[in-house]
Design a protein around this ligand. Structure first.
Ligand SMILES: CC(C)(COP(=O)(O)OP(=O)(O)OC[C@H]1O[C@@H](n2cnc3c(N)ncnc32)[C@H](O)[C@@H]1OP(=O)(O)O)[C@@H](O)C(=O)NCCC(=O)NCCS
Length: 162
């Protein structure tokens, strides 16, 4: 599997991924709502525009037959910092895919985008997500509400390139 920067031609595969895993994702994070799927083309263009503007960097993990197996995103990019978000297909869950994808994105964040600090938030019920953050080197810096539930705020300080 290969982590690629989001491009216009990934659109159909991203929508397939979001549709196929909608119920699975909704078990642990807020559902995106029907409007997300109904206005997908428009949303996708806005995401690419954000990337052009440098306020977000979006990535897809590409598997066999160019299928999207995961998404790894950096958003709210400001002053060398960004928020992290990710989601991985149910069919490959529990195999370390999120961990390796997140580690790769953190390297890219440091080496290609020059970011210094990454932040993430995960609810305490989302044990898998918190575990993935810890395995990628993030540390807890506080507690925070996530969609009305108790959660933790994580930080990763990106060191200098070797
Ligand atoms: C969270 C998510 C990205 C994990 O993806 P994944 O590829 O299965 O993750 P990995 O295999 O890399 O690691 C999962 C870790 O969580 C652990 N884990 C999973 N479910 C667990 C549970 N219920 N209790 C304890 N540990 C659990 C696994 O054992 C593994 O840790 P280990 O390597 O120490 O054994 C995926 O489930 C997902 O996309 N969920 C929906 C979206 C989401 O929650 N995104 C994060 C928002 S903060």
């Amino acid at each position: 599997m290969e982590l690629q920067r989001l491009r216009p031609d990934h659109e159909a595969a991203v929508l397939d991924f979001e549709r196929a895993n909608r119920a699975y994702f909704a078990e642990s994070i807020s559902d995106r709502g029907d409007a997300f799927y109904e206005n997908f083309a428009e949303r996708y263009r806005a995401t690419l525009a954000e990337q052009e503007a440098g306020t977000g960097f979006f990535h897809v993990l590409i598997g066999e037959h160019s299928a999207v197996m995961g998404r790894f995103n950096l958003y709210d990019v400001v002053d060398g910092t960004a928020e992290v978000g990710y989601r991985v297909a149910q069919q490959v869950s529990g195999r370390g895919v999120a961990t390796s994808g997140l580690r790769s994105m953190c390297r890219i964040a440091r080496d290609e985008y020059g970011l210094k600090t990454l932040w993430a938030t995960a609810s305490n019920e989302n044990v898998a997500s918190q575990r993935v953050l810890v395995k990628a080197g993030f540390v807890v810096i506080g507690s925070v509400a996530v969609a009305g539930r108790q959660g933790a705020r994580f930080e990763l300080a990106l060191g200098e390139s070797p």
